[in-house]
Design a protein. Sequence first.
Lengths: 290, 87
Amino acid sequence: MERLRRTMLFMPGNNPSMLQNSGILGADSIILDLEDAVSITEKDSARILVRNAVKNIDFYDTELVVRVNPLSSDFGMEDVDVIGRAKPDVLMIPKATEEDIEMVCEILTKIEEEEGFEKGSIKLFPLIETAYGVENVYSIIQSSTRIIGILLGAEDLTADLSIKRTREGKEIFYARSKIATACRACKVDAIDTPFADMDDLEGFVADIQTAKSLGLTGKAAINPRQVDTIHEVFAPSKEEITHAQRVIYAMEEAKKEGKGVFSLDGKMVDAPIITRAQNTIIKAKLAGLI
Amino acid sequence: MNIKTPAKAGTMESNDIYVMVKPNDEGGIVIDLESIVMKQFGKQIEKVILNTLKDLGIDNIYVMAKDRGALDCTIQARIETAVKRGM
């Protein structure tokens, strides 16, 4: 985990006002969207606007992601070529397959050579939003070392599965679990689908907690108002941090005494508990909590 | 180089600029600009429009632009889009 990616906030790609202010909204990453947020007649306009924004606007420490159109559409390939040359941090690839990732990597490698960018410096974030994507998520992640995370797109996924999307989200339990596990196995981030109802705070918090409990590491947001709530739920609690610090301290003391196994508060501490404590400390440090 | 047909890009929303372009049969570049910050930045906006047209290789064009406080990179983007649409 190189950087904190608790929130990825979508911003419509053809709206100059939103683009120019997106670096100050507090999200860990912003996604300048050329796909669903842009009407079919404005795809050319948004592509040029986003290219200029990536080149000229200061987004401060916010990670800059651009969601291009699907490669199978009339716009996807040109999006990759034009936006790649502006060098955002990450390209997000909708409805990604292994073939799509390979194709994008070829174009990016060529761009990096031609423009003098560091090889492999433009990262990829596949969007898993089809039944095929869910079933093949591990293989999709493995298809390129540029991939730093996966975003689950539940609206398109449930449409593909011909099932209803609900407030409780039971229908995406399998997809969430599968993506969280595959991402953990490949050491990349697993980002949960956005929550659409802005007036349902209780449902929103429950939705983030469910995602966190299944192993997802962050959540996409569609409104700046959602950012703080997601950060609060994903941050390690004070108790978790204190416990993790005590585990690490006890481990170091045990090492000094030459003990392999030790106990804390009467409970045996073994490798998984130490790993969890170390992960909590890393997250807390990245979030500036310690 | 000239554009072939009239075209437009941008919106009248805040921080954007609405641009309409058409071929200029009399030759040269004509810019008709309105802006909410005309007094402070009118000359700078015209310069950005002119430089963008030069970079695109356009010599003969009529540009009507209504600015709503757009950044330079937005002005450049909208001009480029309108010109490419008019090609």
